[in-house]
Design a protein. Structure first.
Length: 262
């Protein structure tokens, strides 16, 4: 399975322009390309410090520090975040379980220390923005390629890298985005850019990869920026102190741990 903040974050997130030489061997379909993104090799476990910076239209910044753990259990990938700072969000936690089954929605929970209660995120609330950021709860999940129809638009170079450009439209007409357009690096299979369009078909926001690192043979998405054009607001997510396959216990991904914290 792939990890959200790895693409995105990332959620971590991720094309093509039919151009002679690049397609001499085999022409991939849009679905095949997005499956390569979804199934890109990833570590079984990862923990990291996540810094989330919120930048308003006036340029003012709010910085939030988070500890994040991710573990692949095979049929389900589990992620948990613990907010460490600032004081007004400290001890808040968020957990996401993403399933391989395209017919099964992600399960998500949030713990709010002021209420001393774990709240399950309903399907109706997944379009809400997460902790004042430009990422919805749904963005933090892991969308299966089978949930969308994918069309190859063209191929472009981004930062010197050949990228397939794929338009994805949801099979569910009630989905929060009418379409997305993703730029995916050929042969590396991670997204460098993703445009989101709202339910009315209007351009909403763009997710941009700022930095990726090859760590122990895995391409890890380290820094991403989500710019919301309609709100003129942006969120930058940056991973540091990344540790891979250190033996994260399964008990980490429970409601009890959400309440207990670190």
């Amino acid at each position: 399975m792939k990890m959200k903040l790895r693409n995105f974050i990332i959620l971590i997130i991720a094309v093509t322009f039919v151009s002679g030489g690049l397609f001499a061997q085999k022409k991939l379909t849009g679905l095949e390309i997005m499956k390569k993104v979804y199934n890109r090799p990833s570590p079984k476990e990862m923990e990291a410090k996540l810094t989330m910076t919120l930048i308003s239209s006036s340029g003012s910044k709010r910085v939030r520090t988070i500890k994040q753990f991710i573990k692949d259990f095979g049929k389900v990938e589990k992620k948990i975040m613990f907010f460490l700072a600032p004081a007004d969000v400290r001890n808040t936690s968020f957990m996401n379980w993403s399933y391989d089954d395209p017919n099964k929605d992600d399960d998500q929970w949030i713990y709010l220390p002021a209420l001393k209660k774990v709240k399950r995120i309903s399907s109706d609330s997944k379009g809400d923005y997460f902790m004042g950021s430009d990422f919805t709860y749904d963005d933090l999940g892991d969308r299966n390629p089978e949930e969308d129809n994918h069309k190859i638009l063209r191929m472009e170079k981004v930062n010197g890298l050949d990228c397939y450009v794929i338009e994805s439209t949801p099979k569910d007409e009630d989905y929060m985005y009418s379409k997305t357009i993703t730029w995916v690096v050929k042969d590396r299979w991670y997204g460098v850019k993703k445009d989101f369009y709202d339910e009315d078909g209007e351009y909403l926001k763009t997710l941009t990869l700022k930095k990726a690192e090859n760590i122990k043979g895995y391409w890890i998405i380290v820094t991403v920026e989500m710019f919301n054009k309609q709100k003129n607001h942006k969120t930058i997510m940056h991973l540091s102190d990344i540790k891979i396959d250190t033996g994260i216990p399964s008990r980490m991904f429970t409601e009890r741990m959400m309440k207990r914290g670190l």
